[in-house]
Design a protein around this ligand. Structure first.
Ligand SMILES: [Mg+2]
Length: 268
């Protein structure tokens, strides 16, 4: 990382390292795309660096830190990308969980949500969006990451117009995400996933969440008063986060520092 120096860690909340060092246990919760893995036009090729994978494996294996990756991707995709890590994997914004021991849980999707998603698929077919639409169990994504400028804007607008009426009953929400828009079931989100992880952790655990996208704001809100909520990327929009890292490279630096810290503080 020749271009990333310790100055990249200057935007972290004051007292983070001390709180992490003195807590009886830690939770390290991380988004995937744009946080651990750099943006890639081909989604299957968006992968963390080898060093980031090594650091995560060592942190998760240290016994000092409950480590989880919390993503909007399907759990199957996450397992394909980073399933070898001994961490909790949370897919579809909290609807699916794989524990470090391999056990998988899926929250059941209410039938009314499934029916609305079916209608959204039909609308996408009529619009001819074809291969741009990713079907997940609890969401649909219209991907535009290979487009820019007016064509991207036009497609995003068309998606918003077609799918927004389906959100009226309140079961689904439609949201701009990095590289597209997503229509998803609202009964779970990253904030709920984070609260569940905190509730299951030892009392007094110090929790940190790192993420870059609008869907990470739910997680930031869930822990900003008790832990560190760290926005990754440029400071270009309002955020509930109470700290910032400028880039995916800075996240790698953060993980290296975290590993040094837990190596020095093996528990209380
Ligand atoms: Mg992201």
């Amino acid at each position: 990382m020749p271009t990333t120096s310790v100055a990249a860690l200057a935007g972290l909340p004051a007292g983070l390292w001390r709180a992490a060092a003195t807590a009886p246990h830690r939770l390290l919760l991380l988004d995937y795309d744009g946080t651990l893995a750099p943006f890639h036009v081909r989604r299957a090729e968006a992968r963390p660096s080898r060093r980031t994978m090594d650091l995560l494996e060592r942190i998760a294996s240290s016994g000092t830190t409950t480590t989880a990756v919390v993503s909007g991707r399907s759990l199957a995709e996450l397992i394909g990308l980073i399933g070898r890590l001994p961490v909790t994997l949370i897919g579809e914004h909290g609807w699916e969980v794989r524990r470090p021991d391999g056990h998988v849980e899926q929250y059941p999707l209410p039938p009314e949500c499934a029916a609305l998603l079916e209608r959204a698929v039909a609308l996408a077919d009529v619009a001819g969006w074809g291969g741009r639409v990713e079907r997940k169990r609890t969401a649909l994504v219209l991907h535009t990451r290979d487009l820019a400028g007016a064509p991207a804007d036009a497609l995003l607008r068309a998606g918003q117009e077609a799918w927004s009426p389906l959100t009226a009953p309140g079961d689904l929400g439609v949201e701009r995400i990095d590289g597209g828009i997503e229509l998803r079931a609202r009964h779970r989100d990253k904030g709920m996933a984070v609260r569940d992880l905190i509730a299951a952790a030892p009392t007094g655990s110090f929790a940190v969440y790192l993420g870059d996208d609008v869907t990470d704001e739910d997680a930031f809100r869930a822990l900003r008063s008790t832990g560190a909520a760290i926005r990754v990327g440029p400071d270009d929009r309002d955020s509930q986060a109470n700290g910032r890292l400028p880039s995916v490279d800075a996240v790698e630096l953060f993980l290296a520092r975290w590993l040094e810290l837990v190596a020095d503080h093996k528990g209380p």
